[in-house]
Write a protein that binds this ligand. Sequence first.
Ligand code: SAM
Length: 289
Amino acid sequence: MRSKPAVKGLKPTLAPGLYLVATPIGNLLDLTLRAIETLQGVDVIACEDTRVTSKILTRHSIKTKMNTYHEHNASRIRPRLLRTLEIGGSIALVSDAGTPTISDPGYKLVKECIECGFDITTIPGANAAITGLVLSGLPTNRFLFAGFLNSKASQRRHELEELAGVPTTLIFYESAKRLPSTLTDMVKKLGDRPAAIARELTKRHEEIRRNTLSALTAHYQNAGPPKGEIVIIVGPPLKKEPPLSSELDDLIMKQLQTLSVRDTAAKITLETGLSKRHVYNRTLKLSKA
Ligand code: SAM
């Protein structure tokens, strides 16, 4: 999947296959040299919206033909793209912004290319989640990318409950409009953790607001939803003081009313951070008392 070195005035020849090309998330200069060379060299660029991608192509004087590939036409267009690969063509897949397939179309195309044995590679580059994370000042050693939460409030709360026990930094994409209500739910379901709102990354009005979830909620409830694109980064669960043994017994007894010994022990271990063996032994003892 290596292109020949670019020759002035000539299209570089690319090996057949699928090239997943990351594009800027705001600043049009955030396109790598290899991305430019690849977009120039492929037979066709599959993109979500030709109007969006043509801005990038025009900025870099790239004249390659574009075809749309988005969530509404993907199942119809995918066989055509696979046929192009079958006859030895080269395709660059781009999304409107950032890394294709990350909260954007492309996953099924990648999967089917792998199943068909076609060559596939990526030209890495901008991604809003990682850009927001590195600017957040929150732990970067372990993180979970949660993408977009469900837009329905009840589903969103359920998803947050599922994520509450994950012992890492969490990264979410969110629409600016929903930011105040999502932050309100986060305080309730994740606790008042340190967090950051990364807005308009790499653009003229880039802004990072770092504070606790409750302070950020108060800010956006007062100020109203911000403008632009948003990444929410939430720090790992706060370390709790271990409960006293009498408190632990109360917690266990309460859960044992509805859960089995095993499930009670697992839940309390997660909630308290105490050793699994200690909690299990105590739960077993109390269940027999
Ligand atoms: N594929 C993209 C990537 O690699 O980051 C993500 C596409 S997803 C459809 C769009 C979401 O990404 C936006 O709603 C926002 O949450 C986030 N996003 C994209 N660009 C951003 C930017 N410049 N600043 C902050 N968030 C951004």
